[in-house]
Design a protein around this ligand. Structure first.
Ligand SMILES: [Fe+2]
Length: 403
């Protein structure tokens, strides 16, 4: 090929490749900063020899060598549809289920039994061959319940306190607004703390949970804590969890759109009395190309008039272009360290039959020793809070993020 033709050919080929990449990015969706393609949704099904299992309200964590299938619930009333082709032993483990939730198997499988250890359920036994059946759990208080809402706890002693305080406040579950991860190991520590308590937690993914530098964290978050986008309904209240961990392009596509499309704009679902829409970043902190305005419009058009968000380490209520936004981001209690007394707050939601959700703020009452975390030494240095720093060093001479 002559030189001018070769140059033209190479230019066209280059343009074609760029166009193809842009087209693929448009269809697939990209996340940024630290540009990369949007991840696949969390797996909710498992196929083993002789057993097919499809979950609603739970993500697959993995299948052990002995065939035990482990899921984590992201909804208070998870359900599993099973197909068993060979008569064989089933062993299903499910995390994050309220200890008083009741299990129902339809049609009945006499060979199955359930074991309960805290928030973990283990269903095991012989399943009949060539059968299709389902297991579901019913939340103990479907019509009147309380939940706490807070984000930005990290995965250490502050999270432990937030869980304890939620129990004190009589919460039946926690809605966590993301950012468990500030230090390596935090996601594992957070999962252990969430699994060790007596109420489930349903969580949004935070920007810190999404990646650490170039290292993607979202696969660990999805497996250990829950999916990036999800929804569930309990007693006529529709909970919607939206991923705003990093910016997304194009805003009007992807998993988040597919989730929102379950709630039609024109014909509101009469079975939904109120929405609890929650995410990590308030929309006025979302920087993506047209993303915040698109998302705001989508929510308002569907009757989602309120948004619960964290990310900013404050307690606030703001009218964000018609979207009433609660910011509950005091999970680390840093406000307490700034003024040297406990002033941080936690948001509480109350559900009563036939009523919309009622919200109020409650004191977080974080004890000073819950700040025993090496990260806080740097925070206090930056804030030049010498007295508080000295006090922290006295109470916890070797503060550490590890438990
Ligand atoms: Fe954040």
């Amino acid at each position: 090929m002559k030189a001018p033709y070769r140059r033209r050919f190479l230019t066209l080929a280059g343009l074609g490749m760029v166009g193809g990449a842009l087209g693929y990015a448009y269809v697939k969706g990209v996340r940024y900063p630290r540009l990369h393609f949007t991840p696949e949704p969390a797996p909710t099904a498992a196929e083993l020899e002789g057993i097919g299992i499809q979950a609603q309200g739970a993500v697959l964590q993995g299948v052990a060598a002995d065939g035990a299938i482990r899921f984590r619930a992201y909804a208070p009333e998870p359900r599993f549809d099973l197909r068993v082709s060979n008569g064989q032993r089933v062993r299903l483990l499910l995390e994050n289920v309220h200890p008083d939730a009741t299990m129902l198997v339809e049609p009945t499988q006499p060979g199955l039994s359930q074991q309960r250890t805290g928030l973990l359920r283990t269903v095991a036994g012989e399943a009949k061959a060539d059968t299709s059946w389902h297991i579901r759990w019913s939340f103990p208080k479907p019509d009147a319940y309380r939940f706490t809402i807070i984000g930005d706890t990290g995965g250490g002693s502050e999270l432990d306190w937030v869980i304890k305080r939620s129990l004190e406040l009589g919460a039946d579950f926690i809605v966590h607004l993301g950012d468990f991860y500030y230090d390596p190991g935090d996601l594992e520590r957070a999962a252990a703390a969430l699994n060790a308590t007596s109420i489930p937690t349903f969580a949004a993914i935070g920007n810190h949970d999404f990646r650490d530098g170039w290292q993607p964290l979202y696969p660990h978050f999805t497996r250990l804590i829950g999916p990036r986008n999800s929804s569930f309904r309990l007693g006529g209240i529709q909970f919607v969890n939206l991923d705003t961990a990093t910016d997304f392009w194009p805003a009007h596509r992807g998993e988040r759109l597919r989730l929102l499309q379950r709630f039609p704009q024109d014909e509101p679902d009469a079975a939904i009395r109120d929405f609890v829409t929650f995410t990590h970043r308030p929309l006025y902190k979302v920087n993506g190309l047209g993303e915040a305005s698109w998302l705001r419009r989508q929510l308002l058009d569907r009757g989602m008039k309120k948004l619960m968000a964290g990310h900013i380490h404050i307690k606030d209520e703001v009218d964000d272009g018609g979207l009433y936004t609660y910011v509950s981001g005091q999970g680390l209690g840093h406000a307490d360290l700034i003024v040297d007394k406990p002033i941080a707050q936690i948001l509480v939601g109350d559900v009563a039959p036939g009523k919309p959700v009622k919200y109020h703020w409650a004191p977080l009452k974080m004890p000073f020793e819950a700040h025993c975390n090496s990260r806080n030494l740097g925070v206090l240095e930056v804030l030049q809070r010498r007295q508080t720093l000295t006090r922290l060093r006295q109470i916890c001479p070797e503060p550490t993020p590890a438990k």
